[in-house]
Design a protein around this ligand. Structure first.
Ligand code: MN
Length: 252
């Protein structure tokens, strides 16, 4: 009965393909390292090529690899976006929190910079918000630089949009960020974040963090910051869940 044999063979083929699919499918799509949006030498002389290479290709790559490794142990976190992971803050295993933060923070850092002269200027809307919250762009820069310099040890300085629409300058330790539901962190939408870990500047500046901060201002990609501000204000934006009233607060 050739038709029965044919049916059996088809059944076997389907079962075999099914097994292949199950074996090939990872528990969760792995996070990947985004490429630098410019050549590693593009930010010279403010940030040297070697620092950019080590920072992106080793440090950021390391956070991505360790995040994927940590998530492989946690089926309950499978399928969550990076922002959804961050919103869990203190309820995350430490390895997930540190490396998810490291991945998100560095991803925003590369795109928040551009070769000096290429980054544009604050939009009319952003400048109005800066003036309302700080008085002037210079006052914001002074405040931000002061907070970045004062961060003890490793961490980040941030310009954030608060849920009430005002802007604020904040700082987080290690790889924490303002999207995390974490005691001691003022939550908001990050518009601009500066890495003040020594790995970000030590080759070029050694212990002179203030010089690195001063030089970094000429690299800020205001066009990107303008876009983040506009997206954060847009009701249609699928922005970070940190500002959503439906953010799960269980465990608080
Ligand atoms: Mn870094």
């Amino acid at each position: 009965m050739p038709s029965l044999i044919r049916a059996l063979r088809q059944l076997l083929l389907v079962a075999w393909l099914g097994l292949l699919l199950v074996a090939a499918a990872p528990a969760q799509a792995a996070f990947t390292l985004p490429p630098l949006p410019y050549p590693a030498e593009a930010l010279e002389p403010q940030i040297d090529t070697r620092t950019m290479e080590i920072h992106h290709d080793r440090h950021h790559a390391g956070y991505v690899a360790q995040l994927n490794a940590a998530l492989a142990q946690r089926d309950d976190l499978a399928g969550l976006s990076l922002e959804q992971l961050l919103a869990r803050g203190r309820r995350l295993p430490e390895a997930v929190r540190n490396n998810a933060g490291g991945h998100w923070n560095h991803s925003q850092f590369w795109t928040a910079m551009a070769p000096a002269g290429d980054g544009g200027t604050p939009s009319e809307e952003l400048l109005a918000a800066i003036k309302a919250s700080f008085g002037s762009l210079e006052a914001l820069q002074d405040r931000f630089s002061q907070v970045a310099a004062a961060r003890f040890g490793s961490g980040w300085a941030w310009l954030i949009l608060r849920p009430d629409g005002t802007l604020a300058v904040t700082s987080t330790a290690n790889q924490d960020n303002p999207l995390m539901n974490q005691p001691g962190i003022e939550r908001g939408t990050p518009l601009l974040g500066l890495d003040v870990w020594e790995h970000a500047y030590y080759l070029g500046y050694q212990n002179r963090r203030a010089d690195y901060i001063a030089a970094w201002w000429s690299l800020v990609n205001w066009d990107q910051v303008n876009q983040r501000y506009a997206e954060a204000l847009s009701p249609a934006s699928a922005g970070p869940p940190a500002l959503s009233p439906r953010t799960p607060d269980a465990g608080r």
